[in-house]
Design a protein around this ligand. Structure first.
Ligand SMILES: Cc1ncc(COP(=O)(O)O)c(C=O)c1O
Length: 399
């Protein structure tokens, strides 16, 4: 008898995780690797957050909190939504979890019946379709092209919505493309979603604080007529560079949050107590570091875009947010490496970059879209410059 359930036989692990782990393995073997796979800020967590976390331990605040989070952190999250998005949530509309990732999964489990369909615009974060499948539902992938700025158009939404659609995931700013939906682009989706009153909108806004030259438009704040069926998910990881603290939060309609709370109470348990206290400090403390770091990310983005666009066969448009570049390498596919190998697809292309130049990237197949790769510029400028020059050199050697 098999030791694992047969329903997991076809389950695939996160492609980003695989690329990252391969880079780590090669580093451990002593190879010099320029790792552009990681979706993690290279900056330190804010000092005041670190201090609050340490103080929590010293003060003996090392015990359980309520499963759906400490009241004081829920109040901070309430304040954040008021301050940053002009949104008002009651405390019972907010749940805290151990990162946005598990919360997104629990939100999907909360709303989905077996066989329901969830619209996932692609290129998409590698875990969205996987989470939908774990919840017993079916991801409906909608391809969003480079010409559309990798964003869902009202037309594409309209043709994909159907009787079985239960939810749509909107990730703005997006991983992997960095695309940010403007207020107008979100508003254009509203009349179409209004015609499907049972569809829940899951807004993953984890990269909210990483936007360049544009204004961030929160989905719930932009579409108030749909607020009764929007769940916003966010967290401390990206903006505050607190990935390892593992704190995310969700805010949405009471009916959904009440059930989510029950799911959390039967399975997840409460998020780490000192991490919650550190997150309060991050949300309520000085916010200047967000703008300062955004400026540094913007410089890195421009540097990488400039070098990569000079490489034959590569095209990248400067994205408005997050810390990723989604590089179109479709023109380079089909060409031959110096040792005569034909690069059939994006995975082979990324393998070539790794083998020939020691640069680790994530192939776009991991984002449910062909012909590209993702570069993370959440690394120091020197590493980024060298890595991008190496990518360009590898492209110059193709025939
Ligand atoms: C789009 C997106 N959502 C959610 C997450 C998860 O964030 P957290 O660290 O809060 O679990 C990530 C992390 O890479 C992400 O890219």
């Amino acid at each position: 008898m098999a030791l694992t359930a047969s329903r997991w036989d076809d389950l695939e692990g996160s492609k980003i995780g695989e690329a990252y782990e391969l880079a780590l393995e090669l580093k451990a073997q002593g190879r010099q690797i320029f790792d552009l796979t990681t979706g993690e800020p290279d900056f330190a967590s804010p000092e005041h957050a670190n201090a609050a976390g340490k103080a929590a331990i010293d003060n003996g605040q090392t015990k359980y909190t309520p499963t759906d989070g400490d009241m004081a952190l829920k109040e901070s999250v309430q304040l954040k939504y008021r301050r940053d998005n002009g949104l008002e949530f009651d405390i019972n509309q907010i749940c805290i979890g151990s990162g946005a990732k598990p919360l997104l999964y629990y939100v999907l489990l909360t709303i989905l019946d077996i066989g329901d369909e969830v619209i996932v615009p692609t290129p998409a974060w590698t875990s969205f379709p996987g989470m939908v499948e774990l919840a017993g539902a079916v991801p409906k992938l909608v391809s969003c092209t480079r010409e559309q700025g990798y964003k869902l158009t009202p037309q594409a939404l309209e043709t994909t919505l159907g009787e079985r659609t239960k939810a749509i995931i909107i990730n703005t700013p997006s991983n992997p493309t960095g695309a940010v939906y403007s207020r107008t682009e979100l508003e254009a989706l509203e009349p179409i979603l209004s015609a499907y009153p049972d569809v829940v909108i899951v807004a993953d806004e984890i990269y909210e604080y990483l936007v360049y030259d544009v204004e961030f438009a929160s989905v719930a704040a932009t579409l108030p007529s749909l607020a009764h069926r929007i769940v916003s998910v966010n967290g401390a990881s990206k903006g505050y560079a607190m990935t390892g603290w593992r704190i995310g939060y969700a805010a949405g309609p009471v009916l959904i949050m009440d059930t989510l709370r029950k799911l959390l109470s039967q399975s997840a348990g409460n998020p780490t107590t000192m991490s919650q206290l550190a997150t309060i400090a991050a949300i309520e403390g000085p916010q200047d570091l967000l703008a300062e770091r955004s400026e540094l990310y913007r410089r890195r983005r421009d540097l990488a875009v400039q070098i990569l666009n000079q490489a034959p066969g590569l095209h990248v448009d400067p994205p408005d947010g997050a810390f990723y570049l989604y590089v179109d390498c479709s023109e380079a596919l089909g060409s031959q490496t110096p040792d005569g190998k034909v690069l059939e697809d994006d995975a082979a292309f990324c393998q070539y970059l790794l083998e020939s130049e020691g640069v680790a990237t994530v192939p776009s197949v991991g984002f449910y879209a062909p012909g590209g790769f993702r570069v993370s510029y959440a690394c120091d400028e020197e590493t980024l410059r060298e890595a991008c020059q190496r990518i360009a050199r590898a492209c110059n050697h193709l025939r």
